[in-house]
Design a protein around this ligand. Structure first.
Ligand SMILES: Nc1ncnc2c1ncn2[C@@H]1O[C@H](COP(=O)(O)OP(=O)(O)OP(=O)(O)O)[C@@H](O)[C@H]1O
Ligand SMILES: [Mg+2]
Length: 257
């Protein structure tokens, strides 16, 4: 895929490589770009390297070689500056169980240095992410996974960061919540944010992404834009790549043999 854009990517992995202390090569020379107003979805089996990629952008871990950049800032060189441009929603959103949804938003917004939000602002965001009004003033400890996920996304929105990282955001969501979540991501994308997500949901990935990357054993084995995926059976391609009989050009081994 040729890169013809002249503006700068908000998220960029450049030859990103991570070997953990125990010798595991989790990420092997991975490069990709996510521009403002784009969604990039990473697909791939368990252990493919998706969470490792996200953790490198967050500088939770340092790369063995290569770099992750956020708005041009190399994350392991200036992690605080990079983090100020990132919002992050983990797979299991950790919030305060004894605080209400509203109190959690207020706490985390202030922690992130945002002190000008009103209660109405919080309610508006909670409504935007699809949390029913009756739940706004309820404590988190009675919330389902999907409801906690919505609060996590609300906090990410309040941070007002240009780039959003999401690690398996739709896992455990019921179909309606999953669809609402997809719409929400689309609206954030349309506001001009750059979104990098990992997911096991092939259909949703195809539905909302500008680019889909399939990872296998620390490498991006396929990357296609939504235009290139038009009319393509992504599930079929995915299964073939996972079985390891497609080459980098997406040609099945028996076709070229
Ligand atoms: N802290 C660690 N120390 C050693 N190896 C690790 C560590 N974290 C992850 N790994 C290994 O790195 C590889 C990539 O793991 P990673 O968590 O990035 O995969 P993933 O694509 O997110 O998988 P999943 O779909 O299961 O979430 C795996 O082989 C994993 O066992
Ligand atoms: Mg993971």
């Amino acid at each position: 895929m040729e890169d013809t854009r002249t503006d700068s990517p908000l998220l960029e992995a450049i030859n990103l490589t991570k070997r953990y202390e125990d010798g595991t090569l989790a990420l092997d020379d991975v490069s990709f770009k996510v521009y403002p107003g784009e969604v990039y979805a990473m697909l791939g089996g368990n252990g493919a390297g998706k969470t490792t990629t996200i953790n490198l952008f967050l500088n939770f871990i340092e790369p063995t070689s290569g770099e992750a950049r956020v708005d041009g800032i190399v994350t392991h060189v200036d992690p605080l500056a990079a983090k100020s441009k990132l919002a992050y929603v983990s797979e299991n959103v950790m919030l305060y169980p004894n605080f209400t949804a509203l109190q959690n938003l207020d706490y985390f917004a202030r922690l992130g240095g945002k002190t000008s939000y009103s209660k109405d602002d919080y309610r508006r965001v909670l409504t935007r992410v699809g949390l029913e009004e009756e739940a706004h003033d309820r404590r988190l400890k009675g919330f389902s996974k999907g409801m906690r996920q919505k609060c996590g996304i609300a906090i990410a929105i309040l941070k007002d960061a240009p780039a959003i990282l999401l690690d398996e955001p739709t896992s455990g969501l019921d179909p309606k919540a999953g669809l609402e979540f997809t719409r929400l991501l689309q609206s954030l994308r349309d506001e001009g944010r750059a979104i990098l997500m990992s997911t096991h949901d092939i259909f949703r990935a195809k539905d909302i992404s500008n680019t889909v990357g399939i990872m296998n054993r620390g490498k991006i084995v396929m990357q296609k834009t939504s235009a290139e995926l038009e009319g393509v059976d992504l599930e079929q391609i995915y299964v073939e790549y996972m079985a390891g009989y497609m080459d980098d050009a997406g040609v099945a081994a028996e076709e070229v043999a």
